[in-house]
Design a protein around this ligand. Sequence first.
Ligand code: OSB
Ligand code: MG
Length: 369
Amino acid sequence: MKIDRVTLRQIAMPLVHFFETSFSRTTERHMILVEVQGDGLSGWGEVTAGENPFYNEEWTGSAWPILRDYAIPRVLGREIASAADVYPLTAHIRGHNMARGGLETAIWDLEARQKGIPLWQAIGGGARREIPCGVSIGIQDSIRELLENIEKELSAGYQRIKMKIKPGRDIEAVRQVREHFPAIKLMVDANSAYTLADSDHLRKLDDYYLMMIEQPLDHDDIIDHAQLQARLQTPICLDECIRTAHQAQQAIGMRACGIINIKLGRVGGFAEAKRVHDAAQAAGIPVWCGGMLEAGIGRAHNIALATLPNFVLPGDVSASQRYWKRDIIEPEVETTAHGTIAIRDEPGFGYALDLDYIRSLTLREENIG
Ligand code: OSB
Ligand code: MG
């Protein structure tokens, strides 16, 4: 496989409803779509970085020059035996996994299309025909709105509820949710809003039978998470902290978590995501697929990833309409009444692109090669 040309497009998509985490409120997403062209076919990837460097150090604005000046020149015009070889080609770049992942996942899609097979098969997935889905609910303006939101998602069939928390919007909200919904699969995500000094406070969450507490402490601090986990009964799930399979092994080895959220962008694409998955599986640690408010391409890639065998917990991949009035793929991603997404058998990521709509959303475009 040889990549002759790469087209970058930055698109802007307003969210149906704002999404608030402990670090910011998002009302409009800006993502970079990566189109790789080779042998007359195109493969597509999506950069999952946020609009600001608040989830991790990357943002849409940093991903563009990293791709144009560093990542893409390392793959253009080279004979690439397999998409699995792309990760090491860009490994000379420190960090910037989401930028690198946007390119890497596009090349996996291209490879799948060249072989005429679905992406889930190309990456070695296919352990299930339907992936179990949960939802991530942002911090609401009131607990009443939170409860109404949860009610709505449960009636849509979603299998588990994740609620975002931050200091001042945590224990009481969780208490009321548990009171209203005593038996649901419930978890919280703090996006690094606490420190070890909050251990006693966080221990109060042990009373509410949560599946897990996601990333309570610093985005890059596995060591403090190990200390906190020793003080909590509720399993910790690491998100931000796990950027490589090596870090996953270290975190598991020091008992910093009982569960791992795998995000394609955060780990730099499918090859490393598979290695994180395998490391967790070998240690008996379950994983699930996280989300970054993706448009259709990123959403479809997440669905393929979640067919690997150790993705046994409901993830954050949900229906397009929860976020978008109109998605950039056809059909849009839909869930079944029992809270799953069925995988598709078309070559590549399995959905058609709405190129006219993408064109109308495009803020800038650049061809490389
Ligand atoms: O921490 O999982 C997170 C969205 C933006 C940034 C970080 C996170 C999230 C989510 C949303 O929780 C998951 C989704 O895409 O539905
Ligand atoms: Mg998270």
